[in-house]
Write a protein that binds this ligand. Structure first.
Ligand SMILES: [Zn+2]
Length: 218
């Protein structure tokens, strides 16, 4: 089963993807995580990607697509994969269809999350990420039990560089509207978009909300 999470950054889609993965033993493939791994390991790809990420811009398609393709190949024996942060535009979506079709696979479901713009900005400025296991928290909506320390692994919580600047956030949201939002219609035509939720509910009742999703999928 291959599932795509759609929703602007800050809608809680990473959180939802994480919960669904845990509940169903799926693998979460987050392009954000793949980028950060490559950047912290100083790979050629990471250095190249970081030039864009540090400006709040998107990484060029060819870098992103080849990274995701490689990861999908590594995960080909998994029973479920949930893509978080990919595809980001129509080009990537069509390319992904091609890659999957070559293997006799397809996207099964698309989960689309929608949240008011002001709430997203507020949310991103309050977001903290574990420096070790990448679990995400929110200072207001979903704080860690001990401030600054990850509940899961005890790692230090940090602000991602691309979350600390309101202008960079607005820039990314505009890019989302023009490039990624059209994907909702692209997948609706295929009849596989199943959910549009205000993600406030995700934060308060995350586990239950994800079980509801599964009812719709099954
Ligand atoms: Zn952690």
């Amino acid at each position: 089963m291959i599932i795509i999470m759609l929703g602007a950054q800050g809608t809680g889609k990473g959180t939802v993807a994480g919960i669904l993965s845990k509940q169903n033993n799926w693998i979460q493939v987050s392009t954000g995580d793949i980028f950060r791994e490559n950047i912290s390991n100083g790979t050629e790809l990471g250095i190249e990607a970081n030039k864009y990420i540090s400006k709040g811009a998107l990484v060029p398609d060819e870098i992103t697509i080849s990274m995701v393709e490689k990861r999908l190949e590594e995960l080909k024996n998994e029973k479920g994969i949930i893509l978080d942060g990919f595809p980001r535009n129509l080009e990537q979506a069509k390319k992904l269809d091609e890659i999957l079709a070559n293997k006799g696979e397809k996207i099964d479901w698309v989960i689309n999350l929608e949240t008011p713009r002001e709430e997203i900005i507020e949310r991103m400025l309050n977001r903290r990420v574990c420096s070790k296991c990448k679990a995400t928290y929110n200072l207001k909506l979903h704080p860690s039990k001990v401030p600054g320390i990850c509940d899961e692994c005890g790692g230090e919580l940090v602000t991602r560089a691309d979350d600390s600047d309101a202008d960079a956030i607005k820039n990314r949201l505009e890019i989302y509207d023009t490039q990624t939002k059209p994907l909702v219609d692209f997948y609706k035509e295929k009849g596989i978009v199943i959910v549009e939720e205000i993600s406030e509910r995700i934060n308060r009742f995350a586990d239950d909300a994800c079980k509801d999703f599964m009812q719709k999928i099954k």
